[in-house]
Design a protein around this ligand. Structure first.
Ligand code: SF4
Ligand code: SF4
Length: 222
């Protein structure tokens, strides 16, 4: 999650809405997988990202933990991140041919690149990262088509709720000094948000947002 101040240094200086046109189209990437290396600290997974992965691969969260996903602390909150391979720092979801094995269900952050999101005033916009993708002459594309997220409005609502939720939890944990309490809070977070069971016929966003007030209550946040 970038802040506005740093944006000028890493972007083309513009902010984009979902229906805007941006020079982000890498026209297929042609075998490149540069943005799938050494991004372990950058790709924080939301419960939706994990839900998509586990449903697609037919596994559960704990089967991915350690092998494909690692927990990293950030402001005392333990959140799942993509795991990079020990020997070459490439993402664990990248196969020998340099292809993402969960391409159609890859995390939202992976989908956006070379776009990123910036949050402001209870909303977010997109920005174009410059200097990170080696492909030259990126082509014009509508942001909506580039990110290719299904049920975009539901996803957007979820992303904003999740962002607010993490902010509130960060604030809550700021005042918790007891390590055991921090551990207990993180356990509730992982169990209720990442190990959440959703029936095949149910809609992730609907179920998650329905339980969110109860989860907040258990975590002691508003
Ligand atoms: S770095 Fe750019 S060209 Fe390479 S895989 Fe990522 S988006 Fe595609
Ligand atoms: S999940 Fe897929 S797209 Fe994302 S970094 Fe890993 S291999 Fe690349």
């Amino acid at each position: 999650m970038k802040t506005i101040n740093r944006l000028e240094e890493i972007s083309d200086g513009k902010l984009y809405d979902i229906d805007d046109i941006v020079k982000a189209d890498t026209y297929g990437c042609n075998g490149c997988s540069d943005c799938c290396s050494d991004v372990g600290e950058l790709v924080v997974l939301t419960p939706f990202d994990v839900y998509e992965m586990v449903s697609y691969l037919g596994v559960d969260f704990d089967e991915l933990l350690g092998d494909k996903i690692v927990l990293r602390p950030n402001n005392k909150i333990l959140l799942p991140h993509l795991k990079m391979q020990d020997n070459n720092k490439k993402c664990s979801f990248l196969n020998k041919e340099g292809r993402c094995i969960i391409h159609s269900k890859r995390p939202n952050i992976c989908r956006l690149f070379p776009l990123g999101r910036v949050y402001k005033d209870d909303d977010f916009k997109y920005f174009l990262q410059v200097g990170n993708c080696p492909k030259e002459d990126l082509k014009d594309v509508k942001v909506k088509n580039w990110v290719g997220i299904e049920n975009y409005e539901e996803n957007r609502k979820f992303i904003l709720e999740w962002y607010k939720f993490i902010k509130a939890l960060t604030f809550r944990l700021k005042f918790v000094r007891d390590e055991k309490e921090v551990e207990a809070i993180n356990q509730i977070l992982l169990d209720s948000c990442y190990r959440i069971k959703i029936k095949e016929e149910d809609n992730f966003y609907f179920v998650f947002l329905k339980y969110l007030p109860e989860i907040k209550n258990r975590l002691g946040i508003i």
